[in-house]
Design a protein around this ligand. Structure first.
Ligand code: F6P
Length: 362
């Protein structure tokens, strides 16, 4: 078979490991591979692609980023928020289908999060044979237990929190660390738990400014010299506004760029309790998506790569490979993108953190 490989959306550290294992597990059976560059843009005219053979994927599994490049915007944008779907222009979908036929692609393996896979679904509806592979550091895809990239991101954020603790204590400071997580706070929750955060603020659990100030005062009064707070970029106060890096109206057809919530919180605390706390801010940003994948993510990526190749050969189209309870299962892409996996206030991690005194902002 001639199989196309495409990754879309934000990069994650183990993407090359997936690409390499798809190719390595298929070349020996005589299958051929084309890698489309820059996400969906690569299948649109003018096409951007390259042949992927054994040599092309040699030595890339432990290298972060993606040899194919990626974009999370453009003509194929299919999702703009937690649930908002974009209908991709018919002309664009038809062009992608015709281009894939032109280069002889019989099945397309699409590695992506809910945005990229929502696009894949619309192309599958046009009759293109598609196998999905779940990818996002946010770990917010409902139909799979884990997405690759998440574990490495949590490791990076945990190390940042460890480092923040020592300097916060030296200076008697309250330091905020903002991490990724648009709609789901899994990175903040897991790194906060592992890295001993005193407060964790999540998109799913809106916070109360008054209660935050009270908590910080209580810590000071009971002898704690410092506090470390981890904040997901999509966290909101009870009043409920996302803090964005650009005006909302300029991003209507794309995902809003989040960022700055920790800074906003600091300003508001300073207004409510002037001079009471020495506040500092750290925004981790894309550091969380870059660099070497950890061993757990490399293994997960390889499992997904091999499973996707098997699904393509078996003709399991319109499905996404998932891991549930340690086993590979195939889930309809439509089901996989229907709903995000969000933190719930009664989940084990929140329960554990609360029992050891972590405050969730309300
Ligand atoms: O969806 C994954 C993610 O890492 C989000 O947590 C974050 O908001 C977004 O990507 C950032 O994307 P960009 O590469 O556009 O800055």
């Amino acid at each position: 078979m001639k199989i196309g490989i495409l990754n879309g959306g934000g990069d994650v550290q183990p993407l090359n490991a997936v690409i390499s294992s798809i190719v390595k597990s298929g070349v020996h059976d005589g299958h051929e591979f084309i890698g489309f560059e820059k996400g969906w843009e690569g299948v649109l005219s003018p096409m951007l692609y390259r042949t992927l053979d054994q040599k092309a994927v040699r030595g890339i599994s432990h290298v972060g980023g993606t040899i194919l490049g990626t974009v999370n915007k453009g003509r194929f944008a299919a999702k703009v928020g937690a649930g908002d779907k974009n209908k991709i222009d018919d002309e664009i979908l038809n062009q992608a289908k015709a281009n894939l036929e032109k280069v002889g692609v019989e099945a397309l393996i699409v590695i992506g999060g809910d945005g990229t896979l929502s696009g894949a679904l619309q192309l599958a509806d046009k009759g293109v044979n598609i196998v999905g592979v779940p990818k996002t550091i946010d770990n917010d895809l409902k139909s799979t237990d884990k997405t690759f990239g998440f574990s490495t991101a949590v490791d990076i954020a945990t190390e940042a929190l460890d480092r923040t603790h020592t300097t916060a204590t030296s200076h008697d400071r309250v330091i905020f660390v903002e991490v990724m997580g648009r709609h789901a706070g899994w990175i903040a929750l897991n790194s906060g738990l592992a890295g001993g955060a005193d407060m964790i603020l999540l998109p799913e659990m809106p916070f109360d400014y008054k209660k935050i100030v009270e908590f910080l005062r209580m810590r000071k009064e009971t002898g704690y010299r410092s506090s470390v707070v981890v904040v997901a970029e999509g966290a909101t106060s009870k009043e409920g506004f996302f803090v964005t890096l650009e005006p909302a109206e300029s991003t209507q057809k794309q995902e809003i760029k989040l960022g700055g919530i920790s800074n906003t919180i600091i300003h508001n605390i300073e207004k409510m309790a002037p001079g009471e706390f020495e506040l500092r801010n750290t925004v981790l940003g894309h550091v969380q998506r870059g660099g070497t994948p950890n061993s757990e993510d490399r293994i997960l990526a390889k499992q997904y790569g091999v499973a996707a190749m098997e699904a393509a050969v078996n003709g399991d189209y319109g499905k996404m490979v998932s891991i549930r309870d340690g086993k590979i299962v195939l889930v309809p892409i439509a089901e996989a993108v229907a709903q995000l996996k969000l933190v719930t206030p009664d989940c084990l991690e929140v329960h554990t953190a609360k029992r050891i005194g972590v405050f969730f902002g309300s």
